[in-house]
Design a protein around this ligand. Structure first.
Ligand code: DAH
Length: 338
């Protein structure tokens, strides 16, 4: 009996020591310390031993039990520790590995140029105003001295929504909206989207304009020339020549178009400027007395100048972009270059 106890104990301790996982340790616990273990059976059979042997045998069994339990808990702690070490090793992050780059966005070239143009006028004291893109024909035409059925309406390929509702063809209606509400002196710029039934390499049905106007007592054509020359030089380069050519717009009299020295050939003549050496940038003029009358200003008391330019065109010239579509397709490979 004594030998059997010793042998069982040795066997149990050996098996426990050899377990490699918590699961196999659990199996060993059931086998050597569970309710149906051999040791438990031995304990039960103690009753059949000689009475004088019993205390000694009982003590031996208990000693074996304690030793096995101690071994079990010791082994459990050891296994838990090594499993944790393995887990940590498996989950280790290599902080020296290169990261995944985040693709950075940036401001669209049209927005960049618009912001640049706005900033130049804001430095000169102009304030920003805005108007709706869906307009009435009154603000888009009549108020600007373009009466119904007048052939000058043909200057704008208009997209109508209803008879008298349209998508604004230019930002000039903002002139009327602002002057109806405010009294001079005024120095306003109106940036925004405009729409025309037009589509080729240099025309898009949707594009951006920057409108401007200044009204006060005794504003002269000299003020117009000085302001716009300064703008064009800040936009295209201090060294650039600027010229004004007579033109016609229903809402200005006299009217002028402003050209800047060709950005590509510097005035020598090339394909871009059609060998003229000049690039047309904007329309302008002295505000027509009929426009002042439409908003209730006295044309004898006030005078002013106005101008309008296409931001898409300026962007294309500045960056050498030859198709306006590129500005609206939003292909990142294109946009990334600016
Ligand atoms: N609204 C004109 C256009 O879209 C541009 C323009 C020309 C605006 C002369 C003006 C101006 O304010 O005075 O074609």
């Amino acid at each position: 009996m004594e030998d059997k106890i010793k042998q069982l104990k040795e066997e149990a301790l050996k098996a426990i020591g050899e377990t490699q996982t918590i699961a196999s340790l659990d199996e060993a616990r059931i086998k050597y310390a569970g309710k149906k273990s051999d040791l438990q059976e031995l304990l039960k059979s103690l009753g059949s031993a000689a009475p004088e042997e019993r205390p000694k045998l009982g003590a031996l069994v208990n000693e074996a039990k304690t030793a096995i339990e101690l071994a079990l808990s010791g082994r459990k702690a050891a296994l838990q520790k090594s499993e944790q070490t393995k887990k940590i090793a498996a989950e280790k992050v290599d902080i020296t590995m290169p990261g995944k780059g985040i693709r950075r966005g940036h401001i669209h070239p049209l927005t960049q140029v618009m912001e640049e143009a706005k900033a130049i006028f804001i430095r000169m004291g102009f304030e920003i105003a805005e108007g709706p893109e869906v307009e009435t024909d009154y603000y888009n035409f009549d108020g600007l001295n373009i009466p119904p059925h007048h052939p000058s309406r043909d200057m704008w390929s208009t997209l109508f929504i209803k008879d008298d509702i349209l998508l604004r063809t230019h930002t000039s209606p903002v002139q009327i909206r602002v002057m109806e509400k405010k009294k001079p002196p005024l120095a306003i710029i109106a940036p925004g989207r405009v729409y025309r039934r037009d589509s080729d390499a240099s025309h898009s049905p949707i594009f951006q304009q920057l409108e401007g106007f200044l009204v006060n007592k005794q504003v002269t054509f000299g003020d117009l020339k000085g302001t716009l020359t300064e703008f064009l030089r800040q936009m295209f380069g201090k060294d650039k020549n600027v010229r004004f050519r007579p033109s016609f717009f229903p809402f200005t009299e006299p009217s002028a178009e402003a050209d800047v020295e060709c950005v590509m050939c510097k005035g020598k003549g090339c394909r871009l400027c059609k060998d003229t050496g000049w690039i047309e940038i904007l329309g302008s003029g002295m505000i027509d007395p009929n426009v002042f009358k439409a908003v209730g200003y006295d044309p004898e008391k006030y005078s002013g100048f106005a101008f309008g330019m296409g931001i898409d065109r300026i962007t294309m010239l500045k960056y050498g972009i030859d198709n306006i579509r590129l500005l609206y397709e939003n292909d990142v490979r294109f946009l990334e270059q600016f």
